[in-house]
Design a protein around this ligand. Structure first.
Ligand code: SF4
Length: 270
């Protein structure tokens, strides 16, 4: 079993290395692409969530091969690394300890950062400064969140968790993807953009599904303007640039060639 792998396609834009710890995800997002990728029924994927058999042993075997690698390992693409307190305590925290013990850097992406920060704070063996906490947040109206991400944490909890993490001196980023309600996504950029170290914005779900037909060019221009005005480090994904009809180059994706170089040096992008 391969625990650490090199993602391809759209996922490659987010991370050069990744590991998926669980067989499913309880968050129940309506746009979730993972059941299709893993060939599981949607119902089972969201209700029957376990550690992948042998995942910690496989990580223990493979992590030494990535010791000192400057690429971070993303946890996770096809699940949430904090699906529940019990699973995260038994699997995610030990997985992070294995990675750190082997000098492998980790990058987390979760819709449950409130649970994540609570557990990470209590994990005495972990160096929190070495972690990056990514929070998936593409809408800021609670009614919309409940409809699309019914069992994930509320918008308020995610925002509070980001603030707490930053107060502790941790590095944080947000993933604004998929964009379902463009105005809400722009609000998220305005509200959460100033709180985090990096922002990624993508147009579509993991399988390239577009939600709603709106003016992507107007959205792209507004998002880019907000992020540049905030002085944020950002990355606008290729799909968004293509939908907006602009070239997917450093100037359009990062704001400038210099910003692109900085984001790559700091390890936010490849
Ligand atoms: S958090 Fe990700 S993996 Fe989990 S249900 Fe939502 S989209 Fe799917």
């Amino acid at each position: 079993m391969r625990a650490i792998y090199a993602p391809t396609g759209r996922a490659r834009e987010y991370a050069a290395l990744a590991a998926n710890l669980f067989t499913g995800c309880p968050n129940g997002c309506l746009y979730c692409y993972a059941p299709g990728v893993l060939r599981r029924s949607r119902e089972k994927f969201h209700s029957d969530v376990r550690a992948r058999p042998g995942i910690l042993e496989a990580l223990r075997r493979q992590a030494p091969k990535y010791a000192g690698d400057r690429r971070r390992v993303m946890l996770c693409f096809t699940c949430d690394p904090f699906p529940s307190c019990r699973l995260a305590e038994r699997v995610t925290i030990p997985a992070l300890e294995i990675l750190q013990t082997n000098s492998v850097m980790a990058n987390l992406l979760t819709k449950n950062p409130f649970l994540a920060t609570g557990l990470l704070a209590g994990a005495k063996g972990l160096n929190l400064q070495d972690l990056r906490l990514g929070v998936s947040l593409s809408m800021d109206v609670e009614k919309s969140r409940r409809r699309w991400e019914p069992r994930a944490e509320s918008v308020a909890d995610r925002m509070e968790a980001i603030e707490v993490w930053r107060r502790w001196g941790g590095k944080a980023w947000i993933s604004v993807e998929p964009v379902i309600y463009p105005l809400q996504a722009l609000h998220v950029l305005r509200r959460a953009g100033p709180l985090v170290d990096h922002v990624k914005v993508g147009a579509v779900s993991g399988q390239g599904e577009v939600f709603g037909s709106f003016d992507w060019t107007a959205f792209y221009l507004a998002a880019r303007k907000i992020l540049i005005t905030l002085g944020a480090s950002f990355y606008l994904k290729r799909d968004l640039c293509l939908a907006a009809g602009v070239p997917a180059d450093d100037v359009h994706q990062f704001g400038s060639v210099q910003a692109a170089a900085r984001a790559r040096t700091e390890g936010w992008c490849q």
